[in-house]
Design a protein around this ligand. Sequence first.
Ligand code: ADP
Ligand code: TPW
Length: 577
Amino acid sequence: MTAVSKPAGEPEGTAEQAALTDGIHLVVDALKINEVENVYGVVGIPITDLARVAQASGIRYIGFRHESDAGHAAAAAGFLTKKPGICLTVSAPGFLNGLVALANATTNCFPMVQISGSSERHLVDLQRGDYEELDQLAAAKPFVKAAYRVHRAEDIGRGIARAIRTAASGRPGGVYLDIPAAVLGEVIDAEKGAASLWKVVDPAPAQLPSHEAVDRAIDLLASAERPLIVLGKGAAYAQADSQVREFVESTGIPYLPMSMAKGLLPDDHPQSAATARSLALKRADVVLLVGARLNWLLGHGEAPQWNPDAKFIQVDIAANEMDSNQPIAAPLVGDVGSVLEALAERTKPGQISVSAEWKDELADRTRKNVDRMAGKLAAAREAAPMQFLGALQAVRDVLAEHPNVKLVNEGANALDKARSTIGMQRPRHRLDVGTWGVMGIGMGYAIAAAVETGDPVVAVEGDSAFGFSGMEIETVCRYRLPIVTLVLNNSGVYRGDEASTTDDPAPTALGARHERMIEAFGGKGYRATTPDEVATALREALAAGEPALIDCVIDPADGTESGNIAHLNPKGISAKQ
Ligand code: ADP
Ligand code: TPW
């Protein structure tokens, strides 16, 4: 893709015409050498030509309506492929819009690189008021794994190699790469340019724990009366699916999947303790965490949610994750695949066993909870107006016919209820709000899932959640992606029945006919008011494989404030009144 031209100012027909290239072509060449297939972005000064040249080179460029969505797409691409997803943004405001997604990727440990054009350094640094002036490198630093700036075209290859290496290796995360307009436009000798580029070798090398660390963990597991494995999204990310499955099944230890680890083993697996979660946490005496942090999502490993005497074994690529919340009795620092292989290799036959009492205790609770849930589901199936659980059962039944569907999920009630209702059969098929519980990932994640895998995608969205990235429904239609968006529309944030105390709508109130939005962009819109209508529309839309949106009309009185995490709302004096 190297541009060949005569040097500026050189007369036509000079015998010894040098081949030249520029910063834009070097960026594209460096991405190509590193086998980047897709770039997600929004164009403008100074990166419009960069997008054009990338597209002409065979890289797929997906143009978004907002940089946060493009960034979320790049982050999801990183999670799904284990290769940094690339997001391209313009200077200052575009950069800042994308930064939210880069920070979110870092929080979730997804590899991503945001490449942003930036304004003239000599103007920005003296704050002389340039077009879209911002010290982007400084702004990015607190939010990312690393931030780099390229000052010379000859360093572009190095900058991209460094960004890819940093994003993918160790604990994956977001890397910011700043390339000023002047560097993108810099013209250099093409041969010198080509020689400055390289392909990163083994971007995320295997990391193996010592034998001593492995044996310490095995001894502890072998001493357990009530062992438990917790699988997190780091285990899903690691693509060590067979090692995970073999270790879980060969030891017989019950396991709990975190939200995005669902499907690593099928949700109906006999060892899943998901439906007896609270009992499992309260009673387990030795817990093996695999790519899961003891953060707020796991109650920081504290009593009363957890057994106060529980001992923890933690498998994580990041050594400093150990002891971040609880003492880790047996740290296993390494990648999930290598660690689980080492554990399997060094466990003696019969050394780890699980008592019938422990299995029975969990099975009893599972049975009780399943029965209780069955009653709720049956009631919801008949309820009119439609409830979340009525619509979601229909979605569950249709998706059981399509195990290849990638499921994207955000909202509050829409998230909690879909997570517990819709079983996953395959690894990395569920993408959701993740560690931050961020709204707005919906369309970006869905677009990346479709682009990166070619599989059909279903996005289950709260009506508020959908609004954050709703305009990208146009992007879905423009690229004709096989994405079906279901908006669980209860006319509000959490609920839609809050009475206002003024002439304005209540703070939580919303109102939209979302199916009409997609019709404006040439997609297929459906409105569903019963579970049967949801099922029929979803079946039809999946069969068509075309962009579609189903507005599912849900009872505004269904749902709870903040869903499952209402206890995190500050109480203040309103609670005392
Ligand atoms: P969840 O929210 O599902 O509980 P977290 O995001 O809290 O999961 O934890 C994921 C963990 O996985 C992070 O601490 C991260 O360092 C770790 N991780 C990421 N990739 C790997 C890998 N290949 N091997 C081991 N650990 C990994
Ligand atoms: C970037 C706060 C958490 S959940 C939510 C908001 C606004 C929407 C809930 O309503 P929705 O779902 O989507 O209609 P449902 O099923 O309960 O009716 N801004 C950001 N992230 C978060 N988390 C918020 C605001 C929030």
